[in-house]
Design a protein around this ligand. Structure first.
Ligand SMILES: Nc1ncnc2c1ncn2[C@@H]1O[C@H](COP(=O)(O)OP(=O)(O)OP(=O)(O)O)[C@@H](O)[C@H]1O
Ligand SMILES: O=P(O)(O)OC[C@H]1O[C@H](OP(=O)(O)OP(=O)(O)O)[C@H](O)[C@@H]1O
Ligand SMILES: [Mg+2]
Length: 285
């Protein structure tokens, strides 16, 4: 039975559960459930605090987990990222009242409030800066107003929380984060677990591809086929089928969802017709 850690709260938990559900795994019905077994897939899910997941996985008691890259690095746990998942994207940045500092070099002697002490202490040390770090559990934007620190280091997505607190980011982003699948470094995974881990990763990759690609079908004149195929090269190569009308062919290829409308315009301009896109629900590449 593969043992997998899943975030039980916060920004990671909803999208992680949704992705696992789309990948065909049973998920908990109630937010109070701490573990569930999916016997059909021989997987057991443990719902844990996102911050604790790297620690559980590095201990070897759980095979893999889903957490944030920033939380993984902050924990210092011996676990590594094996698949980025594309949700809970954020940057991790310094911020302060306008004019407080321009870069990390200006932080010597100041106090930085953060929930990510490991990342901040590491970044200050890497830059040879001697500053104090005060750990807060959350809502760190308020720490400056209340005089606990001159500077904060926090997760920034839209920047709304900073703006509302009258703060501005400064310096280069300390890191970029997103949800990731992690496993223990130098995992001495029992041999029978390895195929299950690979199957789990293939399923999640299938969901990612299904989100980023659509299937495109269209008819075009045979003499335009080379130009059309250049617009829709597909992942391997497009499928071409003859049409009953002589001189016409049907083409089928996967295309990036974001580019689908532009590609449809270009195909239409080329004389292609009956251009359809359909969603992909699941795939194995
Ligand atoms: N506003 C946000 N947008 C995108 N990702 C975020 C956001 N806030 C936190 N994250 C990401 O979520 C993970 C932190 O999860 P965690 O559950 O500890 O905090 P949270 O999402 O802020 O939830 P809460 O504050 O309710 O506990 C990190 O990987 C972080 O980068
Ligand atoms: O740039 P934004 O889109 O505003 O998002 C970033 C904010 O979201 C998170 O806060 P959350 O609401 O989870 O509260 P917390 O600080 O207590 O974790 C994070 O800690 C930032 O404060
Ligand atoms: Mg938060």
């Amino acid at each position: 039975m593969l043992r997998i850690a899943v975030p039980n709260k916060g920004s990671l938990s909803g999208p992680a559960a949704e992705m696992l559900h789309e990948a065909g795994y049973r998920q908990r019905r109630e937010s109070k459930e701490l573990r569930i077994v999916d016997p059909g897939n021989e997987v057991e899910f443990f719902y844990l605090r996102p911050r604790d997941i790297a620690i559980y996985v590095s201990s070897g008691r759980l095979d893999i987990g889903i957490t944030g890259r920033d939380l993984l690095i902050d924990s210092g746990a011996k676990a590594e990222e094996i698949l980025p998942l594309g949700f809970a994207r954020s940057t991790f940045r310094f911020a302060g009242k306008p004019g407080t500092a321009k870069s990390v070099d200006d932080l010597a002697g100041l106090t930085v409030a953060t929930s990510y002490e490991g990342i901040v202490a590491g970044h200050l040390a890497d830059n040879g800066i001697d500053a104090s770090v005060v750990h807060l559990d959350g809502a760190v934007e308020t720490a400056i107003e209340l005089g606990v620190a001159e500077v904060i280091a926090d997760v920034v997505e839209t920047g709304t929380s900073l703006r509302n607190a009258g703060l501005e980011v400064f310096g280069e982003p300390i890191m970029k984060s997103e949800a990731v699948v992690i496993r223990r470094v130098e995992a001495d995974t029992a041999e029978d677990a390895e195929p299950k881990v690979q199957q789990f990763l293939r399923r999640l990759q299938g969901v990612l591809v299904a989100h980023t690609y659509v299937m495109m079908d269209y008819d075009c004149r045979a003499e335009h086929l080379e130009q059309a195929v250049a617009l829709t090269p597909g992942l391997e190569s497009p499928t071409i089928s003859p049409l009953h009308n002589e001189g016409w062919v049907a083409v089928r290829a996967m295309v990036p969802a974001k580019e689908a409308q532009r590609i449809m315009d270009d195909l239409y301009a080329l004389g292609a017709r009956a251009i359809l896109t359909t969603a992909i629900h699941a795939c194995r590449l």
